[in-house]
Design a binder for this molecule. Structure first.
Ligand SMILES: [Zn+2]
Ligand SMILES: [Zn+2]
Length: 143
């Protein structure tokens, strides 16, 4: 099989794109600003391990704790400027609405900029491919 182009988020996770400023990093997770911010603050939190999409996640303790850690990192980052915006959204795009095939948590501090961008981060309507992080955690929680 021909090797595919290197995944852009894998490159960022391995710090091989000096243009991307890393906001947070540990041994499992990396966070940085979305290159096309759609809100007052718009960060992406990704696992270093290449996991394709939210549909790839399984009901396993390690996936549950990964998503829960990603959400905590996102919350901490947005809380740094909580005085300016306290309306926060956290979630994932489900295929085919995801732009990059490497799991990434969108962390948004509202308002959306421009305001019509809300449609991309809505779980309703024709572009309703957005699933809230809390809902994903509920699904991953083992019975
Ligand atoms: Zn990747
Ligand atoms: Zn996305």
């Amino acid at each position: 099989m021909m090797s595919a182009l290197p995944c852009i988020f894998c490159q960022i996770a391995r710090s091989s794109t000096p243009s991307t400023r890393i906001l947070y990093q540990d041994d499992k997770i990396v966070a940085f600003q979305d290159i096309k911010p759609a809100a007052f603050r718009h960060y992406l939190v990704i696992p270093i391990e290449h996991i394709a999409t939210v549909n790839t996640l399984q009901r396993r303790p390690e996936h549950y704790s990964l998503v829960s850690d990603m959400l905590n990192v996102g919350k901490t980052l947005l809380q740094q400027d909580a005085s300016e915006s306290d309306e926060h959204r956290f979630g994932f795009h489900q295929p085919p609405f995801n732009s990059v095939d490497h799991l990434h948590l969108h962390c948004l501090a509202l308002p959306y900029k421009p305001s019509w961008k809300f449609i991309k981060y809505s779980s309703l309507g024709p572009f309703g491919g957005f699933i809230k992080a809390e809902k994903v955690l509920e699904k991953l929680k083992s019975a």
